[in-house]
Design a protein around this ligand. Structure first.
Ligand SMILES: Nc1ncnc2c1ncn2[C@@H]1O[C@H](COP(=O)(O)OP(=O)(O)O)[C@@H](O)[C@H]1O
Ligand SMILES: [Mg+2]
Length: 265
């Protein structure tokens, strides 16, 4: 359960790219033990949020603390305590997974114990036999697993996962869920973005719905249900309501139903 100081404490984050405001006044507090699901439409600001928390992107303004450190001025401390899985695995295609892990471990100055952790993760993801072939020859799902292993091998306090189930089969998705649960049981926290409502509902302790660069609703699924004033609604219904997409969908469906001049065939 939540105890101790927050792992993420971010207040009024603004991130501008020229004229585009990717984040406007985003507030986020994540405690040890939290699995925080970030749900939002394309372009809502999910990736930008995760990149700021992993010290890969600098906010335009606002205050951010990750495990007590400011990711702008204390990048190294933050990178040591976070593990980030990007939306699309960016790996060195000519290296083998083993070489890549060694490389990542050396940049983080990790000791040899990390090898046991890598071996354990490779074994639970069932890729032990693929550690010595070039990454470029691997499937998308295997690349995703490598990216997850690289993010977890230094046992960070905070895992930041950008649509981590992309490309994973059912078995590997289940393994990832178990890894997430174990991670928070031992006092860590996880923030992950997803479009898969069932996953969010099954693993998240809290969900934040993000739209237009700010969190528009937050809470447990039951709390969100209460906020949206709709008992018994699915998370998908709640999500579509908070992102104002119900009307769009209703009108799109109406158009599809009436405007079919020539049916199939
Ligand atoms: N490097 C960038 N340069 C310009 N605009 C960007 C950049 N990164 C993100 N954006 C813009 O910021 C907004 C939020 O993007 P992003 O965080 O990637 O959203 P999400 O991950 O929720 O789909 C979008 O309008 C996107 O086009
Ligand atoms: Mg994204």
């Amino acid at each position: 359960m939540s105890s101790g100081p927050p792992i993420v404490n971010a207040a009024r984050i603004v991130k501008r790219y020229g004229a585009v405001a990717a984040l406007s006044d985003l507030n986020l507090r994540v405690m040890p033990g939290d699995v925080y699901g970030l749900l939002g439409p394309n372009g809502a600001g999910k990736t930008t949020t995760l990149r700021i928390l992993s010290a890969l992107e600098t906010p335009t303004s606002g205050s951010v603390r990750v495990v007590g450190y400011d990711p702008v001025s204390r990048k190294v401390e933050v990178k040591r305590r976070t593990g980030y899985v990007p939306e699309t695995a960016l790996l060195y295609e000519s290296l083998t997974p083993r070489e890549y892990f060694e490389f990542v471990a050396s940049t983080r100055e990790l000791d040899s114990r990390v090898r046991d952790r890598i071996a354990q993760l490779a074994s639970v993801f069932d890729i032990g036999g693929r550690l010595d072939v070039p990454i470029g020859s691997l499937s998308m799902g295997t690349k995703q697993k490598i990216s997850i292993i690289a993010a977890m091998m230094h046992r960070p306090s905070l895992l930041l996962l950008d649509e981590p189930l992309n490309g994973l089969d059912a078995k590997s998705s289940r393994i990832l869920k178990e890894l997430i649960l174990l991670h928070v049981e031992s006092g860590g926290a996880v923030i992950f973005s997803t479009h898969v409502m069932e996953v969010a509902e099954s693993v998240c302790t809290r969900i934040g719905i993000i739209n237009g660069g700010r969190i528009v609703a937050e809470g447990t699924v039951d709390e969100l249900r209460g906020l949206s004033d709709g008992r018994g609604r699915s998370l998908e219904d709640i999500y579509l309501k908070f992102t104002n997409e119900e009307e769009f969908i209703a009108s799109a469906v109406a158009k599809l139903r009436q405007g079919v001049p020539n049916g199939p065939g």
